[in-house]
Ligand binder design. Sequence first.
Ligand code: ISL
Ligand code: CA
Length: 535
Amino acid sequence: MGTDKNWYKQAVGYQIYPKSFKDSNGDGIGDLQGIKEKLSYIKSLGVDFIWLNPIYASPQVDGGYDISDFYNVDPMFGTMADFQELLAECHKLGMKLIMDLVVNHTSNKHEWFIESQKSKDNPYRDYYLWADATEDKMPNNWRSFFGIPAWTYQKQTKQAYFHIFAAEQPDLNWKNPKLRDEIYKMVRWWLGEVGIDGFRLDAISHIQKMDWDFKLKSFNGDDPWEPFMNVAGIEDYMRALKDIFDEYDAYTVGEASGVRSNNGAADWTDKKTGFLNGIFELEHNWRLPDGRGDIYGYKKVVTRWQKDLLERGWNALYIENHDMPRSISIFGDGSITSAKALAVQYMLLRGTPFIYYGQEIGMSNYPFKDISEVKAEDTRTHYFNALKDGLSEKEAFFRNVLNSRDVGRTPMQWTGEKYAGFTTVKPWMAVNPEYKTVNAEKSVELFGLYQNLIKLRHDEKAIQDGSIKFYFERSKQVFCYMRDEFLIIVNLSSQSGAVKFVDKQGELEQVLGSRQRTFVPNMRLQPWEYQVFKK
Ligand code: ISL
Ligand code: CA
């Protein structure tokens, strides 16, 4: 699909967490036919493509990011035939479909790992990372992102295997050419045989590891992740992947933590020589001690990425995803007014914006009351680790549950009916109690604003790949930038704010605004006010 190689610069993506989007067969779990039923809703928003979180066969230890068969859809989502129908329907409506590509690790139930475990001379042994160990002495002291040691010992071969996420997610050995060939074959199959339009590459900056004797300097900050963050040698694997992506004209966006805005990001996403069409930065997700998003920190990170990728490279923009709490809850004040301001400030930046299902109707964090309600393994581990570290139950709950990634994975709120119109039985995860007032039938204003923002992106060259210039960088609350002839001003605060332009702006006409306004150099902004002016 798509002959225009630059299409993604004016495109907007819509991210779906399949378990929570729409249940078509009354088992309480979202599925592929459910997504198909709702394609016209997605299309009406105006987006150009859909990214599906993993739907592959999986024991679901990590929400589908633990894959046991790359070539099959998990039965709870439907069949390969359902997938083909969904894909065909997307294409008919003029939308592309991309899938998660999870190749840093597999599930421990993947047949490669089942074989690999058996003996040191099994043909699949080197598909994974094994090293000599004893029950109480691991090959090194590296840690996993999920708050556990990065090694799990196995008695039968007196070795441990390496994993940077759950123990049920053994890391693949990219140094093994046989493994790489298997991955490349699988990538070709999805792009060539099945015909999907591209991938969101999961945790891709971690596929290369340092030598096991690398010593961690500290367990704070970024250091614990250094041995597997964008480690030298990764370029060769990325280049090989890129060659395949090009054969199929695939659109690719990478989750590439550790690739810095001023060191790596432009190379990774350079139009001619880069590996991917865009990468998500993860830095803006840093939170204040009270669990809230840090508006000023967010502004600083985003501004830096925009500047560093101005000459070369391309951003992928987002304020929510399946790993983060809802933006209306952590950056906003819970009001739809704040959700609107959040939408405007990021949708018109340079890059390809993504909207996480439910964001367009203002869904907020699920108000967990007790740890027993939480199913996700990693959240539970983090919570119990915090208790062990001496935090009170209240504090541990607040930090690790109320602000965990599970609060943003609740069923889509379609209507004010029972179970929010998502399903007809008790769903796999509780519906947010707000559903009677916050749902797709009621939230037409916010939805309409997203439609307008997407339309601006489609229509205006300045918004697509125009330049960007920032104003009031030191303001703790006003995010303001110029995209050629467009001036975007957003007050990201429940307090009023002020702006004072010193350079001459000339005649400006209002394009969008939370209230009617004529541009003047001195303006007092209302809480969460947004304005888009045009020269
Ligand atoms: O690098 C990180 C933090 O600095 C990690 O955030 C890491 O890159 C990220 O957690 C990876 O997330 C992705 O892979 C995980 C999965 O649980 C997440 O849902 C997914 O988005 C393992 O596949
Ligand atoms: Ca279902």
